[in-house]
Write a protein that binds this ligand. Sequence first.
Ligand code: PLP
Length: 395
Amino acid sequence: MKINFNQPHLTGKEAHYMYEAVFAGKLSGNGKFTKACQAWFEQRYGFRKCLLTTSGTDALEMCAMLCNLQPGDEVIVPSYTFVSTALAFLREGAKVVFADSMHRNPNIDAEKLEQLITPRTRVIVPVHYAGVACDMDAIMAVAKRYNLLVVEDAAQAIDSYYLSRTVAAGSPEKIESKKPLGAIGHLAAFSFHETKNITSGGEGGLLVVNDEQMVRRAEIIWEKGTNRAEFFRGEVNKYGWVDMGSSFLPSEVNAAFLWAQLENIDDIQAKRKQLWNRYYERLQPLAEKGWFSLPDIPEYATCNAHMFYLVLPSLEARTALISYLKANDVLAVFHYLSLHSSEYYRSKHDGRELPECDRYADCLVRLPLFYDLSPEQVDTICELIGKGEWLKVKG
Ligand SMILES: *Cc1c(COP(=O)(O)O)cnc(C)c1O
């Protein structure tokens, strides 16, 4: 039987809550389910202010608007990411400066950030690839030194954490604190697209505002540039057009779908982690033989089992593995192409080479990982890979 790359999971109550939303007589945004979801995120993760959006891309666009960029302002974005991470800022007139990945994993290389900073730099956008934290202590330190904003692209990073180890003054002891991804930068964006760990029914997202000073403006931008939210709370006696904005709120039907997923998030995460760990154990002996490398979880990061990827030694080896798996009814897929050399951006890029990004573009492959995948199917996939047939194919 064919094994898909991804399959959206239904927890059981999605249609029930959607039915409830439909018959509650209020379908537009910011109703009962929207408010319940937003409060849930604020309570569980300590996010200062949450606003549901119609996509992760929309949440990133709101972040870019909230950064109040002027023409010529520069924004540092990894090149190994989805188009929306860069596009959201480009639309606001910013110049996107692409950064390379680390060698150990595809996340932005915090040690090389400082050399990209100019007097025009305003924002750094770390992307937590595969839900694995970027080195946020290092990134926040650079941001503080140069007075920059930090926008976390946490699209893949729900329920994942950054482990901060600080040494207390006068004590050799390290104090560990566990911060949810999305709670560290000034702003953050999550996605609830059907390929992510939890979904709001296909398309959806969440804006997180951690900087108190941006909360009011975020609500206005969310509601088409009006102060409607303040009006509904009874804080003003009429509402009108006060700023820039757009229609970023999702319908109650989407929020109702998401609510069913939030009620089951611990179960979803436990199952995904079980499958992720099984892949890791089964494939470790092959990684030790040098066939590929396994996902890297740094000491400061947790695994939210968003993705299981392998990094092959060459593009030829990756192509051979993908075709061999496909011939055996298993859909494994590669991921991003380097944005700095994309058709749209390459003439705007400053010509710097980003070799680690290019290596992930050529060599990274993602294996099927979704809630309804069975442990036996993981075993089947690992056995197929372990036969090594694909190693014999030369590009
Ligand atoms: C999925 C994703 C997005 C876009 O989210 P949508 O909800 O599809 O708009 C942005 N950035 C990253 C890193 C993503 O994985």
